[in-house]
Ligand binder design. Structure first.
Ligand SMILES: [Zn+2]
Ligand SMILES: [Zn+2]
Ligand SMILES: [Zn+2]
Length: 273
């Protein structure tokens, strides 16, 4: 399986649009891995997680054929994960798209936003099928088996993490979330993972409730080890960074590499053999 890290920033991106902080200035000057767009990943080019406002740029940068997407899975409705307006671009009149509907799996907040936005453009028109998911319910998608799990993120929305089995590999897509809820740990503890994707929005700050800091990432890895959840050769990748943490890609790599954790960057491709 190939996992593409299309974007690796939190809501504001790095550099943030209107920001004059030191990290944003450095990122603008350095370019490359210091530039981070809003978070999304693509698995084998047919399963996409989240649809952020930078999807157009991801498509152009990586030469993606978005018509290969069969299943589109959402973690939650925050605007760095869902830009419903651009889903309308698949409707007749905007795209000569293929016949197949893209199957969308998400919580109710995401589905309502998508439906309302597409209703302004003539409705779904057979281009999307919307399915509401429930935590812990095993779903057999066209491209993978997935199980949504509760996150600790926004108290007014059921934000979800995903356990994904695809191409004989098991992945935990673990954000946005602070330290995982007990019920999520209870479900996860006898699973074997080949890859875990975690977030580190909060950097060195002393906060881990709705996003993780460095400490929470390291303790999550420790918990994976205690539970024996990592298959031999399994990887952990951190993503979803905020400029507020004031940590460059080089800083983050120095922090996480000694713990065997990879720091994602925009356009990073990982192959799980
Ligand atoms: Zn986010
Ligand atoms: Zn900034
Ligand atoms: Zn969020």
């Amino acid at each position: 399986m190939i996992i593409r890290f299309l974007g690796t920033a939190a809501f504001e991106g790095i550099p943030s649009l209107f920001c004059r902080c030191e990290l944003c200035a450095k990122a603008k000057a350095a370019g490359g891995k210091e530039i981070r767009s809003r978070t999304s990943v693509m698995l084998d080019d047919d399963l996409k997680i989240d649809f952020p406002p930078d999807t157009f740029m991801h498509m152009v940068r990586d030469g993606l054929d978005l018509e290969r997407i069969q299943d589109l899975v959402f973690t939650h409705s925050h605007s760095d994960h869902l830009y419903a307006e651009d889903l309308a671009a698949r409707l007749p009149g905007y795209a000569q798209s293929l016949a197949h509907p893209i199957q969308v799996y998400a919580n109710d907040a995401v589905l309502v936003r998508i439906k309302q936005t597409l209703d302004f453009n003539g409705g779904l028109q057979g281009k999307f099928v919307l399915s509401r998911v429930k935590a812990f319910e095993r779903l057999e998608l066209q491209t993978a088996v997935v199980v949504p799990l509760p996150a600790s993120h926004d108290p007014i929305e059921t934000c979800l993490l995903y356990y994904i089995e695809k191409g004989g590999k098991a992945i935990l897509y673990g954000h946005d979330s602070g330290w995982f809820p007990d019920e999520t740990w209870a479900w996860l503890q006898d699973k074997k993972l080949d890859l875990a994707v975690l977030e580190c929005t909060m950097g060195r700050s002393d906060y881990r409730q709705s996003h993780m800091n460095i400490e929470a990432v390291l303790e999550t890895k420790q918990r994976f080890d205690e539970y024996g959840m990592l298959n031999p050769g399994a990887g952990i990748v951190v993503t979803h960074f905020s400029h507020n943490a004031q940590l460059s890609h080089t800083d983050l790599t120095e922090i996480f590499e000694p713990h065997g954790i990879r720091v994602a960057y925009d356009g990073m491709n990982l192959e799980l053999p």
